[in-house]
Design a protein around this ligand. Structure first.
Ligand code: FAD
Length: 589
């Protein structure tokens, strides 16, 4: 993934990463993997069993046994800062490397990983839009992980529609603001793992225009800072309760009350008033990519469990096995199908997400502005795919793992139900997958007059000659890819024509289109990976078994998953008429 599909070597050639080389980076990844496996992974189950607990007398949250110590070790090792610029005491590594590390921590313990993840989003926003003074006071401690960050968007009436935010921010005489209001579902809004929490809060200043144009963004620290930067007085930013959830139980999902005890929590405006939504968009691509990655990470964890179980559980007789012998279920065709489906899903989503991450690095750091701009377009196109498809597939793969286990998969002690329960939120937060689909159809397909998606599809066409040259082993990939491409091409044309005529057509078909487009994107990258593997095999290099598996996975995906695009096409182009043909009362009948 890092050498062939993405090109870590080429990234290290960029001036921003000139001090790095792939071997050093892989050494860091190995060390990170060891730390995560030894320190973070063992806390996954205890986190699920104990959950985080809220103490209403102190409005504070206690994380599960072992979380504080593990987090302190994480900070001491400096893992959180690896992909951030050295200017802010980060490691200066590519985002792609940060994503690879994030996959490990999310696989190991998704609930734990959310503290660094939310902090990362807050760092991203402050780095781009905070004043020099704000960066000096808050950013460095967040990059090291000594302080964590939160993102406070959601309110009871403002979910997908962030423009409905009502939290108020009133200017105070000293240039700061007083924040009053309630935020819900705030991940790690309070906890006991770090000395301070830097809340980034969306609120409205007096006379702000309605909707998204009137939203401003504020820093509201849990503890105010003294002039010398040391921790001072407690701010009036309280976690008044936490939610009881289906999964990620160790990640406290907080109801936050600002200004509960007086005239408001002290907040500091980031950038200009009424520009908060614009600032949020800066970090949104990265945050959405990270949530897509959570889907992948849990799929990988569930797959590893399922594969091991299938090799240990004996039941039934596989075709061809001697009479009277009981087989391991891994030998049964339907179990094989489930395992290969999971593996294909994982390889495809990892390929999409890592390619997306590499595109972020190129967009941010390539010295040629034209190359950087094209890469940014790819980031925009792939982000809803990474988020929407990555999380939908995470849910599907974790569900398949339960199926591989049979009855034991439904039993909590097996550990597998937790992966499914944890995965379920990923298609909801950071923009529901319905919103991702609308983003793809409504904002991304029309980019550069349709030129961006056309360029991407041209990339699929360009693979044809290489696949033809690869011979029989990839013939079915070539055939299925060409057939799927033709359908996607037609569907894009239909959406463009009928979506312009009546936007409800595009909105009604958006979700099936997201799936069909994602299936094609996954197929493209798996084909590229298979071609690279074949080239390595021909050159006699590398781990033969691993390389051959890449070719088989590409074929399996092309034959078993990709053909779904044909069934999805009529659903995309059905239009909206029937959706509204009967009212809710008739639907109840
Ligand atoms: C565990 C957890 C952690 C969270 N962490 C955070 C956090 O740290 N910070 C934070 O600010 N928020 C957080 N959230 C909130 C999360 O981002 C919202 O729940 C999410 O954005 C959806 O909003 P909603 O729940 O109000 O659903 P709604 O917006 O009410 O959506 C309900 C349904 O309607 C659909 N829908 C809504 N609007 C549209 C539209 N325009 N077009 C088509 N369909 C639409 C949705 O897709 C969905 O299916 C968290 C939530 C949970 C459960």
């Amino acid at each position: 993934m890092l050498d062939h599909l993405t090109d870590l070597g080429a990234l290290c050639e960029l001036p921003a990463f000139s001090g790095l080389d792939p071997e050093t980076i892989k050494g860091v990844l190995d060390e990170n993997a060891r730390f995560i496996a030894e320190v973070v992974a063992p806390l996954n189950r205890v986190g699920d069993l104990e959950g985080s607990q809220h103490d209403p007398t102190t409005n504070s949250v206690r994380t599960p046994t072992g979380f504080i110590e593990a987090y302190h070790q994480y900070v001491a090792a400096g893992w959180g800062g690896v992909p951030f610029p050295e200017a802010y005491d980060g490691g200066g590594f590519p985002w792609l490397v940060g994503i690879a590390m994030q996959e490990l921590i999310s696989s190991a313990n998704m609930a734990f990983s959310m503290a660094p993840l939310l902090t990362q989003g807050a760092i991203d926003l402050l780095m781009h839009h905070g004043s020099e003074e704000q960066k000096e006071r808050y950013l460095k401690k967040m990059v090291t992980g000594e302080w964590t960050g939160t993102m406070n968007l959601t309110e009871p009436q403002a979910g997908s529609d962030v423009g409905a935010v009502r939290t108020k921010a009133v200017p105070a005489a000293d240039g700061s603001y007083r924040i009053t209001g309630t935020k819900i579902y705030i991940s790690f809004g309070d906890h006991d793992m770090a000395d301070n929490i830097v809340h980034l809060v969306l609120a409205r200043v007096p006379d702000a225009p309605p909707g998204t144009k009137g939203i401003s963004c504020f820093i509201v620290p849990k503890f105010l800072l003294n002039d010398d930067g040391s921790i001072g007085e407690r701010n009036d930013a309280l976690c008044v309760s936490i939610e009881h959830k289906m999964g990620i139980k160790a990640s406290p999902t907080c109801v936050m009350s600002y200004g509960e005890n007086g005239d408001g929590a002290v907040g500091y405006l980031i950038g200009e008033a009424n520009q908060g939504m614009r600032y949020m968009f800066t970090m949104m691509n990265n945050a959405r990519l990270s949530v897509g990655l959570e889907g992948l990470a849990l799929a990988e964890r569930a797959y590893q469990d399922a594969l091991q179980y299938a090799q240990e559980r004996q039941q039934g007789r596989a075709p061809g096995a001697p009479a009277g012998e009981t087989s391991f279920i891994v030998e049964l065709p339907d179990v094989r199908r489930m395992l290969l489906t999971m593996k294909a899903i994982i390889d495809a989503t990892r390929a999409i997400i890592y390619t997306n991450a590499q595109a972020i690095d190129i967009a941010n750091h390539h010295p040629d502005p034209e190359v950087a701009a094209r890469s940014q377009e790819l980031v925009e196109l792939l982000t809803p795919v990474s988020k929407g498809f990555g999380t939908d597939m995470g849910i599907e793969a974790t569900s398949l793992a339960i199926q591989v286990y049979g009855g034991m998969g439904y039993i909590e002690e097996s550990g597998v139900p937790q992966h499914f329960r944890d995965a379920r939120i990923t298609s909801i937060y950071e923009g529901t997958n319905g919103i991702q689909a609308i983003d793809l159809v409504g904002r991304k397909l029309p980019m550069r007059g349709g030129g961006v998606v056309a360029d991407f599809l041209a990339g699929v066409v360009a693979l044809d000659a290489e696949l033809a040259a690869a011979g029989e082993s990839l013939a079915v990939v070539r055939e299925q890819l060409a057939a799927a491409l033709a359908v996607v091409d037609d569907t894009v044309a239909w959406l463009t024509e009928h979506g312009v005529a009546d936007v409800r057509n595009a909105l009604a078909g958006a979700t099936p289109f997201l799936r069909m487009f994602s299936l094609l994107v996954g197929a493209r990258y798996l084909a590229e990976a298979a071609l690279a593997a074949q080239a390595d095999l021909a050159a006699g290099g590398g781990d033969t078994e691993h390389l051959e598996a890449r070719v088989v996975i590409a074929r399996f995906y092309a034959e078993n998953l990709l053909p779904a695009v044909h069934g999805l096409a009529p659903s995309v182009t059905a239009g909206f008429d029937d959706l509204y043909a009967v009212g809710p009362s008739a639907l109840a009948g």
